[in-house]
Design a binder for this molecule. Structure first.
Ligand code: AQP
Length: 331
């Protein structure tokens, strides 16, 4: 029997989890559960790279764990754990820091755009991709399913792994990025030129997975579109394309069927249909989420089980790297 490929990915507990996170990342994870050996992380150490409130980090970490489960990540099939519960993530980050040229980090587009928004930029923000490389490389990861915005960071993890392999021998598996063909970049409903993002505070910018159904409907019905009537994928403006893409992923329909369904019906109908399909997807997620939110002890048990299951592999990788780099390991 061939060994299953390993998948690793994560989300920051840094705000409300939105449709972009769900469609761009989580749906891919759920779909990969039977075919691959999966590790899904709640990347709390990444969430402190920009100003944050400790109380919010605490609450959002638990909320995200409940949402992973509610969205269909099955702890019998996939490890779910909190990044800071496995200390080797920070240890490997330091080792990789000392091998990563500064220029590689300064080129990262997410760093440049996030740094512009901060009065004072913490070193952690620049170092974010090295921590992400450590996350991925610790587990001999083959595949990293992410949204389009994280592609550059996974490519950097590849560059770092290849550099370390060149300098110290064959240590790391070189990971590959997995981006879905459609839906890798869900756009803001209030501005379809900008990706849907947790840090955007616009009232009708995003649909969050735990939003009240009335707000979900209102946000989608107010989605910015052009003033035309085009509903074909190839010809649609950014706002309409975003709505069509959301419908495509959630319905599982082929494009010709979608185009025939919406032809000549106007944008009001499109928005209504998208709102219905989004609400139908969110309803079971919200119901399952409530059962986990009501049982924090069970959530803690699952997170501990996840961390305990991945830790031996992380320790083995960190020791392999340290040995190759000339460290004396403790006896
Ligand atoms: N708009 C999006 N469309 C598709 N995928 C997306 N992802 C994020 N936004 C979209 C994917 O979701 C996963 C988790 O994201 P994250 O929390 O680790 O990082 P992020 O990109 O910083 O999330 P946000 O929502 O964009 O927050 P901020 O406000 O920090 O900018 C990743 O796989 C990501 O690609």
């Amino acid at each position: 029997m061939t060994k299953k490929k390993r998948v690793f990915s994560g989300i920051q507990p840094s705000g409300n989890i939105h449709l972009g996170n769900y469609l761009g990342a989580i749906t891919q994870w759920v779909a990969s559960q039977d075919a691959y050996d999966n590790i899904f992380c709640i990347v709390d150490l990444h969430a402190i790279t920009v100003p944050y409130e400790p109380q919010s980090l605490l609450a959002k970490t638990r909320e995200l764990a409940g949402l992973y489960l509610a969205c269909g990540i099955d702890p019998q099939k996939s490890a779910i754990f909190v990044q800071s519960h496995v200390r080797e993530h920070t240890e490997l980050t330091w080792l990789l820091n000392c091998l990563t040229p500064l220029g590689w980090l300064e080129r990262m587009t997410q760093y440049k755009s996030k740094a512009q928004k901060q009065e004072s930029v913490g070193t952690g923000l620049l170092d974010y991709p090295v921590l992400m490389a450590a996350d991925i490389l610790l587990y001999d990861t083959n595949l990293v399913p992410v949204g389009e915005d994280q592609k550059q960071h996974v490519e950097l993890a590849r560059d770092i792994s290849q550099r370390v392999n060149f300098l110290f021998g064959d240590i790391f598996v070189v990971p590959e990025v997995v981006i879905r063909q459609s839906g890798a970049r869900i756009m803001g409903f209030d501005n379809p030129e900008q990706k849907m993002s947790k840090s955007d505070r616009g009232q009708f910018h995003a649909v969050n997975l735990l939003d009240d159904p009335k707000l979900v409907r209102k946000t989608i019905m107010r989605a910015v579109t052009d003033s035309g009537s085009e509903t074909r994928f190839a010809e649609a403006g950014a706002g309409v394309l975003n709505l069509l893409t959301i419908f495509e992923i959630l319905s599982g329909w082929e494009r010709p069927r979608i185009e025939a369904h919406f032809e000549g019906k106007g944008y009001g109908f499109l928005k209504k249909e998208v709102a219905e399909i989004v609400l139908a997807a969110l309803e079971p997620i919200q119901a399952r989420y409530r059962t986990y939110a009501d049982d924090p002890a069970e959530l803690d048990r699952i997170l501990k089980q996840g961390a305990d299951s991945v830790r031996p592999r992380a320790t083995a990788t960190a020791n392999r790297v340290k040995t190759a780099m000339g460290f004396v390991l403790p006896t």
